[in-house]
Design a protein around this ligand. Sequence first.
Ligand code: TPP
Ligand code: SF4
Ligand code: MG
Length: 290
Amino acid sequence: MVVSAKPVQPIWCPGCGDFGVLASVKKAASQLQIPPHQLILVGGIGCSGSIHNFLEINGIHALHGRLLAQAVGVKLANPELTVVAAGGDGDGYAIGMGHFMHAFKKNASLLYLVMNNETYGLTKGQASPTSQVGFEGNVEHPFDAILTALSIPVPNFIARTFSGDPKTMTTVLIEALEFVRAHRGFAFVEDLSPCVTYNDTYKLWREKVQDVAKLDGYDPTDRQVMFRLCQETRQKGKIPVGVMHRPAASEKDEVGLEKILLPDGVGPAQSDIRLEANLEGYTKLLRAVG
Ligand SMILES: Cc1ncc(C[n+]2csc(CCOP(=O)(O)OP(=O)(O)O)c2C)c(N)n1
Ligand code: SF4
Ligand SMILES: [Mg+2]
């Protein structure tokens, strides 16, 4: 059985970039033959976060900016599950910023997918941390999540995709999902997902995206090289997309948080809770406490 759409239709505006993400998540999960009951999507608050309503899988609608805390909890409760956290730039880079930084460091094997539309879509188009100067009166400079991710020295998988190129997005999501399913740690994918209603950037982004793999010296195993390439690309007015960090072969022994905390691979949600399996331990405990 493969992951399919739910009978309920997405409530997104026609043309929203999030449709591309939904299609790519479905394709990637189906191609990897992830059984629907083993895939769980923790959604943030925003138009993007409602993605879990449109897939026939398990899902949670988390608190605003707190989806990563819940996703790590799910992974540690049952490390066999394939966990995807998905939300917006407001959810992840404003209210959720503290959790965002720590997710790289914690390095639990889950995929965090941010649909960046440079605005708060759900609340009708206010400026977000990635908004350009001048958008809705914004005077602050935009934040770049990829540069931040590259600066954290943990062997995570890091990539940026574009909803206007769903084929590449599917390929990247397959690699990211393979990474987390092999318990190799945290995978972060930022998708450029235009909000056609409040910030229609399709045309602009189509002209601006630059595939980093085509640049001289491209080496996704070297953070310094990738940081420099991304910065130079930005300085030229382009937006770097592609795989930004893929841990080197020498880092292949690195494992995700769940493997360190639960080396036998069994989380609390999988433990045997029958009375007969626990009676002896429980009796011992009662005796010990007097
Ligand atoms: C604690 C809290 N603060 C504020 C809000 C209001 N709110 C709902 S969604 C949202 C931001 C949505 O923007 P983003 O995460 O970029 O998602 P998008 O709708 O653009 O996909 C805000 C501020 C809320 N729901 N909860
Ligand atoms: S408001 Fe923007 S982000 Fe929300 S569904 Fe419509 S196009 Fe998509
Ligand atoms: Mg947004």
